[in-house]
Design a protein around this ligand. Structure first.
Ligand code: ADP
Ligand code: MG
Length: 737
């Protein structure tokens, strides 16, 4: 009797093993048994053929409707054309050889599974030379037996059909012996989970839906517990690393800063600030994620933390995702600190420190000075883009790294900066304005402590959001521009955001290569592809059209990632200083930009942006005393998914809710047989969206296990699964490198 680490070659033979390896990278019996059915089909069930998409590899259930042979046009010989149906839509199957052989089997009325790649020929969807398996048998007894059975439908490819996999799985299951269970007995009892062998049988060959459900529930636990145990170990290891304690002290910069603040901190800010202050006072590194809506006051918290470190004799680095943001941080931190950041200047305070700005494209002299200030320790605060990670940047005593907008910053980059603190690790604070649902944070950022700023500072004005259907109701668009003019007449300002720069950039990119935005992230990925009718609107086309058209007479400025740094800075500064009425730009204004006088945000081709990104963009307005207005301009037709997405954004300002909608949409389009791209390999059954309670419970169990037995020596099967997961992650990193 075999375990889960037998090679498939030994169990199934070389040919089948090679195919499974090539198609799915399956090497062992365990790999195969963890290749779960995507779903189960009852007998007689038919696939909705109208939903098939060109190019997808699919497995469909359908009934043969008619069969005909005809001579081929271009070559000699016969062609067999079989039409299958789901009762409404039709799909053509074409066979080019052994025509009589196929014709004998595919009799009208037969039900079967047909697998292949969908193509469109003369406007009709077809599968050319599909693999197929007919269901049911001619004699009634066998048919009845079939009726009771659920047919597992596996992720399949052109070379390996779902019924090939079914056959291999059956062979492996039949030889399966005793299995060591990675889930501890006590845990299984607490959560009423079946054993591993039963679960594997139940997931692949369930007698009924209930058995399949029970099996899947148990197997989800495997995924959740293994991942959470890895994260628990990681947290434990990180907590054991040495760091220099940077306790708060009286009479320093931090205290002076608090008295300078023109407002009172919110309760949330105080609470999170106290947590961070306590973290920094420990001699183990802080790893904390601070999330809060745009404008919730994260920057103020970060500055207080940095000053505490400076007071304790260390330095702090603040990393921003773009140069524009680094510059803006530099200005706003300089403003917040006033004389406290002017050491060595006439107007500097006695206890003052210096703030250095380091970006990739600054003039050599300024750069040299900043580098010197960082290396000598004269600059307590060093602000920059990832240029800060360059080899040549040295710190005298780096105590804290603040990373703004985590999802634009890879883990590798965080690690590189950590390496800049000699010996001890710096404390790390990561800030993000994209609200991350709790279970996602637990799964993806599970090695970080998470703080959330839930309330916005008082005095924040409401933002009204409306969808402007430009194609159906051009008058609404006219009205939108009128609104911009009205606001400008009152001395206020507007943003117009376009998905593309224009000019030389071709028609392909939404967003900017140097500034990919949350769209590039795995979890906050781009919206599903909808056939682009025309290229997305571009800044360089829209700006002149507005200038000569509906916004004639207003002062427009243009900004995008291809402008030289000083022009970007100039445009942003002019807008911030009120010297421009309208800023036409790409998403470079997305994060952190703060112009309280801006009240309108017009987003062109809004359907080209993700839900979270739209939410971020609209956070740019309503930052002052006047209410904000966000207009989502789109040509997406009424009733389309894109329109629904925009309606969702218009309907709520709850960033967490929108983050969940964002997630939900990424689960869609899972047509039978379509590739499961994007999902983390180790999470086959577990859904960070739908299995919240399970993930929370697994985290608790894992933390308790690791606390009691850090190396999990008493749980060899669990430890083995964990190292397999780590190997896989490692391999993933290597592939990316
Ligand atoms: P975030 O970084 O989270 O987007 P910021 O820290 O930039 O938010 O704060 C946004 C604006 O609100 C800034 O102008 C800041 O000075 C102001 N602000 C921060 N905290 C408060 C507060 N407690 N009360 C009033 N205004 C605040
Ligand atoms: Mg900010």
């Amino acid at each position: 009797m075999a375990g889960l680490d037998e090679s498939l070659r030994a169990t199934l033979g070389g040919k089948a093993a090679a195919k499974l390896d090539a198609a799915f990278g399956l090497a062992t019996t365990g790999d195969l048994l963890r290749h779960y059915p995507r779903r189960y089909a009852g007998r007689g069930e038919l696939t909705d053929l109208a939903s098939l998409r060109d190019g997808d590899h699919v497995t469909v259930f359908a009934r043969v409707e008619k069969v005909r042979t005809r001579p081929m046009r271009a070559r000699r010989g016969q062609l067999l054309e079989v039409t299958v149906t789901d009762g409404r839509a039709r799909l053509a199957l074409t066979f080019f050889n052994k025509v009589q052989f196929w014709e004998r089997q595919l009799a009208p009325g037969r039900h079967g599974m047909f697998a292949g790649r969908v193509s469109v020929f003369r406007g009709q969807r077809q599968l050319a030379h599909p693999e197929f398996k007919l269901l049911g048998a001619d004699d009634a007894a066998k048919a009845a037996e079939y009726a009771a059975e659920l047919i597992p439908v596996y992720p399949a490819t052109k070379d390996v059909s779902t019924w090939d996999i079914e056959k291999c799985v059956k062979i492996v299951l039949d030889t399966l012996g005793e299995l060591e269970d990675p889930l501890p007995e006590a845990l299984r009892q607490r959560h009423s989970l079946v054993g591993l062998a039963d679960a594997l049988r139940g997931v692949h060959r369930p007698a009924d839906e209930a058995e399949a459900r029970t099996a899947r529930a148990r197997l989800k636990w495997d995924e959740a517990l293994v991942l959470q145990a890895v994260l628990a170990q990681r947290r434990r290891a990180a907590a054991a690393l040495p760091a220099t304690a940077r306790p708060a002290s009286a009479g320093g910069l931090a205290g002076a800063f608090d008295t300078r603040l023109p407002f009172a901190l919110t309760a949330g800010q105080q609470e999170v600030g106290a947590d961070i202050a306590a973290d920094l006072a420990r001699d183990h590194p802080m790893h904390r994620l601070l999330q809060g809506e745009v404008g919730s006051g994260k920057t103020v918290i970060a500055v207080r933390a940095m000053l505490q470190v400076v007071d304790a004799g260390g330095q702090a680095a603040l990393l921003a995702p773009t140069e524009v943001l680094a510059q803006q941080h530099f200005r706003s931190v300089s403003d917040l600190l006033g004389p406290l950041g002017q050491a060595g200047r006439l107007d500097g305070a006695d206890i003052a420190t210096r703030i250095a700005l380091l970006t990739g494209s600054q003039p050599a002299a300024a750069r040299r000075e900043a580098l010197l200030d960082a290396a000598s320790g004269a600059a307590g605060i060093v602000i920059g883009t990832h240029a800060l990670l360059a080899e040549r940047v040295q710190f005298a005593d780096l105590g804290l790294v603040v990373v703004d907008e985590q999802h634009r910053f890879g883990v590798e980059q965080r690690d590189a900066l950590r390496g800049k603190a000699q010996g001890a690790r710096p404390h790390v604070l990561v800030m993000t304005a994209t609200p991350i649902p709790r279970t996602v944070a637990m799964t993806v950022y599970g090695d970080l402590d998470v703080s959330t700023l839930a309330e916005l500072p008082r005095g924040r004005s409401p933002i009204a959001t409306h969808v402007v259907p430009a194609a159906e109701k051009p008058r609404y668009l006219d009205r939108a521009w009128e609104r911009v003019r009205e606001e400008a007449a009152k001395g206020r300002q507007a943003y117009v955001v376009c998905p593309r720069i224009g000019g030389e950039d071709g028609a392909q990119a939404a967003g900017e290569p140097a500034d990919p935005g949350p769209e590039g992230d795995v979890l906050f990925g781009s919206p599903e592809d909808e056939e682009p009718g025309r290229p997305p609107l571009a800044v360089l086309d829209v700006a002149p059209a507005l200038e000569q058209g509906p916004l004639a007479g207003l002062r427009l400025r243009v900004m995008h990632g291809r402008l030289p740094t000083d022009e970007k800075d100039g445009a942003m500064r002019a807008f911030a200083d009120g010297l421009a009425d309208v800023l036409v730009s790409t998403t470079v204004v997305e994060v952190g930009v703060d112009v309280p006088n801006a009240t309108v945000m017009v987003i062109m081709d809004a359907d080209r942006f993700g839900v979270s990104q739209l939410h971020q963009l609209r956070g740019r307005v309503g930052r002052g005393t006047e209410p904000g207005l966000c207009l989502l301009v789109t040509e997406a037709p009424e009733g389309s998914k894109a329109r629904q997405r925009l309606a969702d954004v218009a309907a709520t300002v709850d960033g967490f809710r929108l983050a969940e909608i964002d997630l939900e949409q990424r689960r869609e389009g899972d047509v039978l047989g379509a590739a499961q791209a994007g999902r983390k390999k180790s999470l086959k059954l577990l859904s960070v969206l739908h299995d919240r309670d399970l993930i929370v419970a697994a985290r608790e169990e894992a933390t308790a296990l690791v606390d009691a037995d850090p190396d999990l020596a008493g749980y060899p099967a669990l430890a083995a699964e964990m190292s397999a997961l780590l190997d896989e992650e490692q391999a993933g990193f290597l592939e990316k490198a």
